[in-house]
Design a protein around this ligand. Structure first.
Ligand SMILES: C[S@@+](CC[C@H](N)C(=O)[O-])C[C@H]1O[C@@H](n2cnc3c(N)ncnc32)[C@H](O)[C@@H]1O
Length: 358
């Protein structure tokens, strides 16, 4: 979890970047700050959490500036990321403040690419205290048509997409009044394919569980969702860039899965070794470098932390103690891999692995 935050420090961070007037749309996560002093003085403000955020309502109030106070850096897929994307799509300049375990450099490429993936460019930063960073983000204006997003059609579109758990990506484009989505095949579909591979009634540990789509499509004996942020009260909150995997949850699992997660992890091999040392079969999906580059070019905007080809990924799994059991193409850029620890028992259920639905 983030560090304790002194509301006065947040006020300082935001005030440093805040224009002198304008109505605010304030979106805070689970941080209960009383925005005070210079920040709120003389301004109309509506306030929401990412989960209660409704684009329709928020934009109808015609705010001049969005303010997001988050516990985590821009994540890209979580609700706060979606909220920020909507603000960018609506053409709303936004100040975002988040706590980080260590100081973030103003020119950290992760911040710049994270902001860009959401449709913003970072223009100014304030780092008023260790572990607290503020950015003023301006909509990049390159991917959206603000007027359309404000229209009823645009807002209905956002609502529908959000309901389906989809997110917009940086190179989603608008043509002839219709949005052409790059995010295909849809995220939930990946879980449908993965569920079709796995026998019922296993205990599954889901690393980077996100919206837990797998739970909708697979009958499990036990389900342990893990993510760097809590998505519900069951979530084991573990940041795989800093923390070890919890040994209890690992011991209780028959199978560890990780769909679309290790792209975001700085040192995936550390977790690979832990899973293999625990003797657990491992199913993961990954956007492999050779297909991504063919498809999207080198300049894809992401907050990914690694960019391995299929061969490099397999080499790392093998070096971490796994043997490769299955390799399945999924969508234009991804592969699904099933790996079994070489030192572990080969479980009898493994022979019941299904054929993927296509
Ligand atoms: C692209 S989403 C995939 C979600 C889900 N597995 C699915 O297939 O729908 C990536 C998920 O990984 C999580 N994540 C990213 N970095 C992480 C880290 N360092 N530790 C734990 N979870 C992380 C994000 O919060 C997000 O929920």
């Amino acid at each position: 979890m983030g560090q304790p935050i002194d509301p006065r420090t947040i006020d300082d961070a935001l005030s440093a970047l805040m224009p002198p007037e304008g109505a605010l749309l304030v979106v805070t996560g689970d941080i209960d700050i009383a925005l005070g002093g210079r920040l709120a003085a003389g301004r109309a403000a509506i306030r929401r959490t990412p989960s209660s955020f409704s684009a329709e309502e928020a934009l109808a109030a015609q705010p001049d500036l969005g303010v997001c106070v988050l516990r985590e850096p821009i994540a890209g897929f979580d609700q706060a990321g979606e909220t920020l994307q909507t603000l960018a799509a609506a053409g709303l300049p936004t100040i975002v403040t988040f706590t980080t375990p260590s100081p973030v450099e103003q020119d950290d490429p992760g911040i710049a690419s994270g902001a860009a993936a959401l449709g913003f460019r970072a223009t100014a930063a304030a780092i008023p205290a260790e572990g607290l960073t503020s950015f003023l983000l301006l909509p990049s204006g390159e991917i959206t048509n603000a007027a359309w997003w404000r229209s009823q059609d645009g807002q209905r579109f956002v609502k529908r997409r959000r309901k389906r758990g989809e997110r917009m990506l940086a190179d989603d484009t608008m043509r002839d009044g219709a949005v052409v989505w790059r995010s295909s095949p849809k995220w939930e579909d990946r879980s449908v394919v993965v569920a079709s591979l796995i026998p019922d009634d296993l205990a599954v540990l889901d690393l980077g569980c996100g919206k837990m789509f797998i739970e909708r499509h697979l009958r499990m004996r036990a389900y342990a969702p893990l993510d760097r942020m809590a998505h519900d009260e069951r979530t084991l909150v573990v940041d795989m860039n800093h923390d070890d995997l919890p040994t209890d949850a690992l011991a209780a699992a028959d199978l560890v899965i990780a769909l679309g997660v290790f792209e975001y992890v700085v040192d995936p091999e550390r977790q690979f070794r832990t899973v293999s040392a625990a003797g657990k079969p491992f199913l993961l999906s990954y956007n492999v470098g050779e297909l991504r580059r063919r498809d999207a070019g080198d300049a894809q905007l992401t907050d990914w932390r690694n960019d391995w080809t299929t061969v490099e990924l397999i080499q790392r799994l093998i070096a971490s103690g796994f043997a490769l059991e299955r390799l399945i193409d999924y969508g234009p850029r991804q592969r699904i891999l099933v790996a079994i620890p070489r030192a572990g028992d080969r479980r009898d259920w493994w022979s019941r692995l299904g054929a993927p639905k296509t």
